[in-house]
Design a protein around this ligand. Structure first.
Ligand code: NAD
Ligand code: MLT
Length: 309
């Protein structure tokens, strides 16, 4: 049985697949015809966000039983096409939640205190102490868009920092929000009230460009943090809103096209902090998701129930 791994996962996951007796082939830079050739005799395919698992790739993989996503987001996998071909799609929705929430909190502080900008000035030899006047999170209002696993973890962490919480999520109960100390409201109200807005929805047709120019205008004077998925926030509109001072700043870990184009307008705006999709990049999170997805691949190939965990 062959398991093809096309995005880097922790060794613990690869080892677990090997110990289960599978022939594990790692091919982290494969694309196009080479990828199609490699997947031809694969019984399982393991990916993160880098590999686009579309109908053409699935058609090139007649032996495939399961596509395992070592992480949360499955927007890079055509689930309908997989289902049509009888291929199971599994993800690891728990293992990197804390890492993603911590990165979101770190990005909010980084933007509020201009930490990357000050670091660059100092490593360039400039003691720019008088040029950075930050914003405290304590006593401010956090608007949370998407109150799922990561959003709830961020609510707990930033609630403990002393922020008031208001959230938009049409699919969560008011009682769950209440347990977290968050008030549910519509998107417009959340943006009107928020000093900081963090985004935690999946990328779906409904959430694509959910936050565009009009929504950013409502957040005027605030900060926008997106460590969920590129495409939820309109990037040119965000770059313009920070550049013209509508927003004080923004912090992004994810982009509509990854890797981010070096010519992106986001990179020209000093008060936009960026990281290269690092939300889940902690040792613990990577080990969690890699071993979780390995267990699910083993289960699928051995015709046992696959439980996304
Ligand atoms: P989740 O499914 O647990 O939560 C998503 C929440 O969004 C749900 O509560 C859902 O009801 C809500 N939602 C869906 N559509 C909505 C809409 N139109 N408006 C408002 N809310 C809506 O997912 P999660 O585990 O919390 O992950 C959140 C996001 O973070 C995902 O996009 C995931 O891919 C991303 N993520 C990124 C990283 C990273 O490395 N940057 C790491 C982990 C997760
Ligand atoms: C996820 O959805 O889990 C994130 O994109 C993390 C990742 O795999 O980089």
């Amino acid at each position: 049985m062959k398991v093809l791994v096309t995005d880097p996962i922790a060794d613990a996951g690869v080892d677990r697949l090997g110990e289960a007796g599978f022939d594990v082939v790692t091919a982290y830079d494969a694309e196009g015809e080479r990828l199609q050739g490699l997947v031809r005799d694969a019984n399982a395919l393991v990916v993160r966000s880098g590999t686009q698992v579309d109908a053409a790739l699935l058609d090139a993989a007649p032996e495939l039983v399961i596509v395992g996503r070592a992480g949360i987001g499955v927007d890079n996998i055509d689930i309908d096409a997989a289902t049509d071909r009888g291929v199971v799609v599994a993800n690891a929705p728990e293992g990197n939640v804390r890492a993603a929430a911590e990165h979101t909190v770190a990005m909010a502080f980084a933007a509020a205190r201009s930490i990357p900008q000050a670091h660059i000035r100092l490593t360039d030899g400039e003691w720019a102490k008088g040029e950075f006047l930050g914003t405290e999170l304590n006593g401010k209002t956090l608007g949370i868009v998407g109150l799922g696993r990561v959003g709830q973890e961020v609510a707990k962490k930033l609630g403990n920092v002393g922020m008031d919480l208001v959230a938009y999520d049409p699919y969560i109960s008011a009682s769950r929000a209440d347990q977290l100390g968050a008030e549910l409201a519509d998107l417009e109200t959340v943006l009107d009230r928020a000093d900081f807005c963090t985004v935690h929805t999946p990328l779906t047709p409904e959430t694509e460009n959910l936050i565009g120019e009009a929504e950013l205008d409502r957040l005027a004077g605030g900060y926008l943090v997106n460590c969920a998925r590129g495409g939820i926030v309109d990037e040119p509109a965000l770059a313009a809103a920070v550049a013209d001072g509508t927003l004080k700043g923004a912090a992004l870990d994810v982009f509509a096209d990854e890797p981010l184009d070096p010519d992106s307008p986001l990179l020209d705006v000093e008060d936009v902090v960026v990281t290269p999709h690092l939300g889940a990049s902690t040792e613990a999170a990577q080990e969690n998701v890699a071993t979780s997805i390995a267990d699910q691949v083993v289960a699928a190939i051995e015709e046992e129930p696959v439980v996304n965990a």
